[in-house]
Design a protein. Structure first.
Length: 250
C-alpha cells in the first residue's frame, strides 16, 4: 500500500457505492459540495466499512451527483488487534451518544445496547434514534481513521444477551473482593465482550443472573465510582492497552 495523501477527507460508503465510482446519495453529495466545498480533481479516501479503502479523485460533482476515479486501493488500517464488543446499558440520551462516539474513537468493534431494569431509555429505541446513533458512530470512525465501521446491534434485555462461545466475557462490578480487570487474563486472539450497567448498577436479579454465567468474569475498575458512560470506556481502554493497541503501529 502506498502512503495515503495527508489530510485526506475520509468517508464510509456502502459496498455498492464503493465499487461503482458514483453516487446520488443526497447527504453525501451535499456534504462534499456544500459543506466541504470540494472541487473536481480533489482527493478523498473512501472506505467500504469492512476493511477496504481507496484514495479517489473527484471527476464530477454537481448538486445531485458525484463521480470519481480510483487512484489507489488498499487494505484499510486503524483497527485494533483485540476485537471488543461493548454491551452497555441504555442511559440518558446525551450521555449514551457521547459513549457511542468515544467507544468508536478508542477502537471498540461492536456495541450492543442493553435494556436493563434500571435503564433510562426515553421511550425505547426508535428507528430514528438508531439512525442517529449509526450516524454518530460513522462520523466518529471517519474522524478516528478507523478502517472498519463498528457494528450497532439491536437493543436487547440483559438476560437475552447472546455471546459467542469463543468470547471472553467481563462484566463491570463494584462488589467487594472483585478482581481488578487489569489482573484478569485476556487473550488478544479471541474476541472480548465487556458488559456494563446503567446508573445505579444492575438490579439484584440481574447481578444474580450475571453471577450464574460460569465462564464470565466480574471485573473491578478501582476504588472510585465511575459514571455509567465512563466505566465501559475505561474497561475497554484497559483491555486494549493489555493487547498493545496503544503502542503505535506494529
Amino acid at each position: 500500500m502506498g502512503t495515503p495523501i495527508a489530510n485526506t477527507h475520509r468517508f464510509f460508503v456502502d459496498a455498492d457505492t464503493f465499487a461503482t465510482g458514483t453516487t446520488t446519495d443526497a447527504n453525501l453529495v451535499h456534504q462534499w459540495s456544500r459543506v466541504l466545498r470540494l472541487r473536481v480533481d480533489q482527493h478523498l479516501m473512501l472506505l467500504d466499512g469492512v476493511g477496504q479503502a481507496a484514495v479517489v479523485r473527484i471527476s464530477e460533482l454537481t448538486p445531485k451527483r458525484a463521480s470519481w476515479q480510483v487512484v489507489e486501493r488498499f487494505v484499510a488500517t486503524g483497527e485494533p488487534r483485540l476485537q471488543i464488543t461493548l454491551a452497555v446499558s441504555l442511559i440518558r440520551a446525551e450521555r449514551f451518544e457521547w459513549l457511542l462516539q468515544k467507544a468508536t474513537e478508542i477502537g471498540v468493534c461492536a456495541i450492543v445496547p442493553i435494556i436493563a431494569d434500571r435503564s433510562v431509555s426515553d421511550g425505547g429505541v426508535s428507528p430514528t434514534k438508531r439512525e442517529r446513533w449509526q450516524r454518530i458512530i460513522r462520523e466518529a470512525a471517519e474522524q478516528a481513521c478507523r478502517g472498519v465501521l463498528p457494528q450497532l446491534a439491536p437493543a436487547v434485555a440483559l438476560t437475552d444477551l447472546r455471546v459467542p462461545a469463543e468470547a471472553q466475557v467481563y462484566w463491570c462490578h463494584e462488589g467487594a473482593g472483585t478482581r481488578p480487570l487489569r489482573q484478569l487474563p485476556c487473550d488478544a486472539t479471541r474476541p472480548a465482550w465487556l458488559i456494563s450497567g446503567p446508573e445505579g448498577s444492575f438490579s439484584p436479579n440481574e447481578l444474580a443472573w450475571l453471577g450464574r454465567q460460569a465462564t464470565w468474569q466480574a471485573a473491578g475498575l478501582g476504588t472510585r465510582i465511575l459514571r455509567a458512560e465512563t466505566a465501559p470506556l475505561v474497561a475497554a481502554t484497559i483491555l486494549l492497552t493489555q493487547a498493545g493497541d496503544f503502542d503505535g503501529e506494529g
